[in-house]
Write a protein of this length. Sequence first.
Length: 623
Amino acid sequence: MKTYLRILNFVKPYWNHLSISIVCTILFAVFNGLSIYLTIPLLDTLFQGGQSQEGQPGIQINPSAAIGNTTSLLPDWVIKLEHNISDTFNTYVLQGGKIDALFKICLLVLIAFFFKNIFGYLQAYFLSYVEEGSMKDLRNAAYKHLHQLPMSYFKQERVGNLISRITNDVNVVQSSISAAFLNLIREPLTILVFIGIALSISWKLTLLAFIVLPFSMLIIAGIGLKLRKYSSAIQSKMADITSILQETISGVKIVKAFGMEGYENNKFKKETYSYFRMMLRIVRIRNSSSPITEFLSVIVGAVIIFYGGVLVIQSHTLKAAEFMGFLLAIFQTMPPIKELSTVNNRIQESSAAGDRIFEILDTKPAIKDEVNAHVLKTFSNSISFDHLSFHYDDSEELILNNINFEVRKGEIVALVGPSGGGKSTLVDLIPRFYDPSYGRILIDGIDIKQAKVNSLRALMGIVTQETILFNESIRNNIAYGLDDYPIEKIVEAAKTANAHNFIMELPEGYETVIGERGLKISGGQRQRISIARAILKNPQLMIFDEATSALDNESELLVQEAIERMMVNRTSIVIAHRLSTIRNATRIIVLDRGKIIQTGTHEELIRNENGLYNKFYEMQFRD
Ligand code: ADP
């Protein structure tokens, strides 16, 4: 229930639409009741048609007290109101000729049905507005929160699982919100109105009709509990399926290369089969609640018809038309009661899905700005690593161990060393993707933990190995994060990055959308687009993880040139994989197993024949 109340919190901002919907619901119930109530005089007019004379006062509609029912359960004011209504009705509608009365009743029935449907439509519309709106907000909240989560969260959770929560789970929650609202407001109201009508006709028969309720309620509660358990399981199964999909689609090349289609197919089939079995189980449980309650209702229905029939035929304490009206009213309460029996199920199902969404929302954001955080405006002197050590959350092993060095403004510092040495981890600490476990990183003497994260990241341009391009125009990809940037500047950046020429050869130049089918962009071209992106941002500090992927000679040359131009007049920290980069570097830092082993220029380091750098250079860079 706690989860459900939390879901309802998202409905709060839509209270005005919800109120309109509730008002429409009330009016819907009133007109619904009226449309049934009017059938009593209608039937009476028809049944007694042969007994009265034209022009004489016709049939009368009787309030409950007059139905041989002196011990009415209804309070006095209701009986009075009923008398008033029936008096008015008798005066204005039933007076005069029977055909005339019939016509008026038909007209009233028509009007009642008309308004019932209008209000039914309006309440459904406004409720959908609330439902769709609040689910949009829930999705947005989850998405926004995703951006604030620590990098480690994305390493732990499978991407498909996260996607599934924001898509599938929100859908489950959504389908239950309106259902629950309809059921908690419309159906009880409808039931109340019809029970009111039934009571006004015969309280004994009504009591008899509702003996069934407690039984069905018990059964329903039990079913709801079971459903919650299973629906939580089924949602995580759907997340597994989404994960497999996401992983194989993004890794399609590897699947093909290793001929693993059959294996992946089987894995997928196993998951969908298990989803299918689980779903069947849920359907069995969910659908068993309606037949059970309906069957109980039918038993009572048969008893009522028999007992009511006796009252009409034998003891004449009930008019036939009233009994018909009573039956209609009671039957009208059946569908809402049946619906109500599923409310609990829906709430349980949506709570299970809600739990999975709130798990994202409840994960603590990675890094919060301190209260008096500094705004870093420029980078003017140096960035220094001060007794810095680091381990990832899930292990105590130090990935970086007592790192001390300084990068002065204007320097190009190259990080080299064997794979797994900690180079990527080290550069991830500079924009605070992670925070150091011990020690500090200082920019111009300010601990970056005391700086506003946005201002810190604004100082730097980051080019990663994977060139991430978004499904947008090349122009927007280059000007990522810089709205409405003048095209001349974008072209200038693309030229510096050696990207302009090939972009101009694309079908729509800078407006070509990256994700479009048939668009062929090579690995080197992608790299140059992402370099153009970094150049356009014009950062003072460049953090750069050179791609290791082999490019053809021409492309290699163009990328290299682009990198060199990018580093001019900036401070750069580069994870170097290219010979030209280490030659250009003012300083090289050799990292091995989390420790700095050597530092110096290429010429200095190469002279130390037994040093790691020398071996490494021979292996990696020497043609
Ligand atoms: P390099 O960039 O020099 O190849 P990395 O910084 O990528 O080295 O990795 C250094 C070590 O940290 C490796 O042993 C790697 O397994 C580990 N590592 C990298 N990322 C994570 C992570 N998110 N969680 C736990 N360990 C990690």
